[in-house]
Design a protein around this ligand. Structure first.
Ligand SMILES: Cc1cc2nc3c(=O)[nH]c(=O)nc-3n(C[C@H](O)[C@H](O)[C@H](O)COP(=O)(O)OP(=O)(O)OC[C@H]3O[C@@H](n4cnc5c(N)ncnc54)[C@H](O)[C@@H]3O)c2cc1C
Length: 440
């Protein structure tokens, strides 16, 4: 049986690795010239770093198990994280319960209420109770307008841009659970990072797949999935402007849903499911700086005057010695991929952002920037609406022998590499159980 995997991000690589381990013949097609998708890395100042900031949580069991199976668990180190919030022209610490108690933009009674609501959500077991309410509505109703406007609305906006009102409450519930599950006994958030970046995982998966006879094709975009009588037959792959028809028995698609819909048509019901969650794009600069920008790993920027949503200072989590004593800072923005920022010249965008870094650190000077990389991702974040369990596309598609695994199927958790590993495992179990026959 010839199995084609579309997409060489974490989902595609892990699915290809697991199937290769079972002796299956795999061909993986990746449209980019590199593997890893959203978790891929670039070189900045001679150092490997993720195109988008990446950390792991303590309860990311699926990826931690994979790292152990691959013998990479020793490469995963744990660090104390720190969070700040830039609001009303000032940078506030926002890491611990005591920071919350000192957060003067809220009254003392509202600070206590915010703490109690956080504890309530951490202990709430059934996310299903929240299926039919948006995060926005629930927070307004239970926390009140002041807490919503001051703390959570800006955070929802940071993550979902203009679509923040559409996000279902299960997403918010799971986010609170994950972040609190990754705390130590003193309440400090503990985050994991791979010593040699995600590149070590990506390269290990690639080597294992190829070592077991699998083939990886870069610069290879799948543009069409052919089917006959409701069963897939072949794919058309575009490689450096040449189109090749390749016969295949089974396909795992890990490309975003809108890409899949360009390759093949489904019935009305499944098409609606593939369109149920829209995607946000991410616009990310990685700066190599001479000096430290802020005291925090993660800064939520909720000040309306500033044209970006977050600053992630990687070297405030991981030691700067690993990067030749340089400081690595991500400037991040999420927006619809149709937003004009994705059409702007990167130097123009960067210069606009740099003007505002002085507000975060008054001694910042543009000369601090020794080097930078810009990265725009189109399917960075699915926007998961209310009542999503009935809208979520199933892994087993209505077309025989076509399986789907992408970030729109991660629910109620937020998308992340841990859940990409989980979905890859689920796809492989289904294929193993059903053999070639995936009819429901
Ligand atoms: C800015 C940012 C920060 C993040 N931070 C974290 C974090 O801290 N921790 C964490 O765990 N996760 C984080 N994530 C999320 C995580 O990276 C993703 O959830 C995960 O990598 C998704 O993997 P995937 O394989 O499902 O999708 P992708 O990585 O999107 O892979 C899909 C692949 O398919 C390819 N493709 C698309 N169309 C075609 C086609 N027609 N033919 C062939 N190939 C095609 C794409 O090029 C891509 O490589 C972050 C994501 C972003 C954008």
């Amino acid at each position: 049986m010839n199995i084609s995997v579309i997409g060489g991000g974490i989902t595609g690589l892990v699915a290809a690795y697991l199937l290769s381990s079972q002796g299956k013949k795999i061909d993986l097609y990746e449209s980019a010239h590199f593997l890893g998708g959203q978790a891929s890395t670039v070189k900045l100042g001679g150092f490997r770093i993720e195109r988008g900031y990446h950390h792991l949580f303590k309860n990311d069991y699926f990826i931690r198990k994979l790292l152990s199976d691959l013998g990479l668990h020793k490469s995963l180190s744990w660090y104390k994280s720190s969070v700040g919030t830039f609001t009303q022209g000032k940078l506030f610490p926002f890491s611990s319960p005591s920071d919350l108690l000192k957060f003067y933009p809220l009254s003392l009674s509202n600070r206590i209420k915010l703490g109690l609501i956080s504890i309530f959500l951490q202990n709430k077991k059934r996310w299903e109770d929240y299926e039919n309410i948006s995060a926005n509505e629930w927070i307004k109703q239970y926390a009140g307008l002041k807490i919503y406007e001051t703390v959570w609305k800006p955070l929802l906006e940071m993550k979902f841009g203009e679509f923040y009102e559409q996000v279902g409450m299960p997403w918010f519930w799971s986010k609170m659970k994950t972040r609190f599950a990754s705390r130590d006994l003193l309440g400090n958030e503990i985050l994991g990072y791979l010593d040699n970046s995600f590149e070590e995982l990506i390269t290990t998966l690639k080597d294992r797949i190829e070592g077991m006879g699998g083939k990886i094709h870069l610069n290879s975009k799948v543009i069409k999935i052919n089917q006959e009588n409701g069963s897939i037959t072949s794919i058309i792959v575009e490689n450096l402007h040449k189109k090749n028809k390749i016969k295949t028995d089974l396909i795992i698609n890990t490309a975003p849903s809108y890409e899949l819909l360009k390759m093949v048509s489904f019935d009305k019901n499944y098409t609606a499911k593939l369109k149920a969650a829209q995607y946000l794009g991410a616009s990310v600069f990685i700066l190599l700086l001479k000096n430290k920008l802020s005291p925090y790993y993660w800064v939520n920027v909720t000040d309306k005057e500033i044209p970006f949503l977050g600053l992630i200072e990687h070297t405030n989590l991981v030691d700067k010695n690993l990067y030749g004593d340089n400081h690595i800072v991500y400037i991040t923005n999420y927006a619809s991929y149709k937003d004009p920022i994705f059409k702007e010249k990167e130097e123009v965008l960067l210069n606009r952002y740099l003007l505002h870094l002085k507000k975060i650190n008054p001694s910042f000077k543009p000369e601090w920037v020794k080097d930078y990389v810009y990265n725009a991702v189109s399917a960075a974040q699915p926007i998961i609406p209310i009542n999503y369990s009935e809208k979520k596309p199933s892994i087993v598609s209505p077309i025989k022998n076509l399986y789907i695994g992408n970030t729109t199927q991660i629910y109620p958790e937020d998308r992340g590499t841990n859940y990409s590993v989980k979905i890859a495992g689920e796809i492989v179990s289904l294929i193993t159980e059903k053999g070639e026959h995936n009819e429901k």
